[in-house]
Design a binder for this molecule. Structure first.
Ligand SMILES: NC(=O)c1ccc[n+]([C@@H]2O[C@H](COP(=O)([O-])OP(=O)(O)OC[C@H]3O[C@@H](n4cnc5c(N)ncnc54)[C@H](OP(=O)(O)O)[C@@H]3O)[C@@H](O)[C@H]2O)c1
Length: 258
């Protein structure tokens, strides 16, 4: 497929790299006004341009990765050049209805919420669409399934997906950073502490995904009665570990809805 990504920033670049590295037979065009900043991607086989309409007639899927306040002008710019396209928008907080009104109802609109781990084929990309666009959405789902997981959700949960799946990357990284800081305090140099903390988090996540069980069942396997793990875990909970995470996630959701 020809995949045309508009908005070559953090997410646009990550998606372009993910598609070029982890899917087969897809050509990517990536645009941003300052195209020179992403010229290095040409070496990865990604076509880079400052012209949003370049080769857009050939696009099978158009992916939008601009900021919410930039999306309307981008859609006005491309609308006259496209007919009956599939548009996948990663723009947070902008509904299918708004996108459809801006670009025209002849297009299939799919909302996607990836995270930047898509660059390594490890995103949890939530996807929402209206019933009439089911067939077009399937093309989008098939791409994102190759780049991690791609659960289909109701559109009303898109803000929640943004917080849990996209902002969630930052929360997970902060957990790893805190573990690293503690690791230094208990004797490791920073690089060793980071390597141990990151791999341990990756291993824990993989066990959950492979075994498809509740985290507490795995925690039971690690906690010896009266041992060092349970006292540490309980101290973390006394200090508000789970509570602060839940409050943070709910605060992010409130902010998105403002
Ligand atoms: N970052 C994430 O983890 C993440 C995750 C999920 C969803 N999102 C959503 O994805 C969108 C992009 O986020 P981001 O973090 O990637 O932002 P970003 O780094 O600021 O990227 C936006 C890009 O859009 C380009 N742009 C702006 N106006 C343009 C135009 N008229 N034509 C073509 N390109 C244009 C900008 O480059 P120029 O100024 O050079 O044009 C910039 O590189 C947001 O709506 C965000 O909510 C982000």
């Amino acid at each position: 497929m020809n995949i045309h990504i508009i908005g070559g920033g953090n997410l646009g670049v990550a998606i372009a790299l993910g598609i070029s590295k982890y899917t087969i037979g897809n050509q990517v065009v990536l645009t941003r006004r300052n195209a020179a900043a992403i010229a290095y991607l040409e070496e990865e086989g990604i076509k880079v341009s400052s012209d949003n309409t370049q080769d857009i007639e050939q696009a099978d899927i158009i992916i939008l990765t601009v900021k919410p306040y930039q999306v309307e002008s981008v859609l006005q710019e491309i609308a006259p050049k496209i007919q009956q396209k599939t548009i996948a928008s990663a723009v947070s907080g902008v509904s299918v209805e708004t996108l459809s009104a801006a670009v025209g109802i002849s297009h299939a609109i799919v909302r996607i919420m990836p995270n930047i781990a898509i660059q390594f084929g490890e995103s949890a990309t939530c996807i929402a669409f209206e019933g009439k666009d089911k067939e077009a959405a399937q093309k989008v789902i098939s791409i994102f399934q190759q780049l991690g997981t791609a659960p289909v959700i109701e559109e009303k949960l898109m803000d929640a997906a943004t917080v849990l799946g996209a902002c969630g990357t930052a929360y997970a990284l902060r957990y790893i950073r805190a573990s690293m800081q503690a690791g230094i305090e208990i004797g490791f140099d920073s690089q060793t502490a980071l390597a141990i903390a990151a791999q341990t988090a990756k291993g824990a996540a993989r066990m959950l995904l492979e075994e498809k069980i509740h985290p507490e069942q795995l925690i039971d396997r690690v906690t010896t009665p009266q041992g060092c793990t349970i006292v540490g875990l309980n101290e973390m909970e006394h200090q508000g570990f789970s509570s602060s995470l839940i409050k943070g996630i709910k605060t992010s959701l409130q902010k998105i809805k403002e």
